[in-house]
Design a protein around this ligand. Structure first.
Ligand code: 5GP
Ligand code: ZN
Length: 113
């Protein structure tokens, strides 16, 4: 996807504060953090939203969750963290490339607003 912000970040065309990378996944800190720790994990493959998860890419999504667990351990998030993915307008999705927010190091309200 030529015009996708997170495709460009994942390929290094646009700089970011990188946390982790492998052949399928890229993780980087959010530019506008909503918690003391706030990073995003994205597939390198362009998937527009959670609604685009299907049998052909579900293995990558499972891999993303195992990467999140490993990063959480490395970052010392033993007190807990929240994984959030917004899908579509009502949920406030602002970048049309699947991404998982990981928020930690503060108490997080539930249910979300
Ligand atoms: P959404 O609102 O789609 O769930 O999440 C998009 C997230 O991407 C937001 O938290 C926003 O701060 C973050 N974001 C938007 N543009 C950039 C950018 O250029 N760099 C980084 N690191 N994060 C970004
Ligand atoms: Zn993309």
């Amino acid at each position: 996807m030529e015009d996708c912000l997170f495709c460009k970040i994942a390929s290094g065309q646009i700089p970011s504060k990188k946390l982790y990378e492998d052949e399928k996944v890229f993780a980087f800190y959010d530019i506008d953090p909503q918690a003391p720790v706030h990073f995003l994990v994205v597939p390198k493959e362009h998937i527009p939203s959670p609604a685009g998860i299907c049998p052909q890419n579900q293995e990558t999504v499972g891999h993303i969750f195992s990467v999140i667990a490993r990063l959480a351990e490395e970052l010392g998030l033993e007190n807990g963290y929240r994984v959030v993915t917004n899908c579509g307008e009502d949920a406030g999705q602002s970048v049309q490339h699947l991404h998982f927010h990981v928020l930690a190091k503060r108490s997080l309200a539930w249910p979300p607003g």
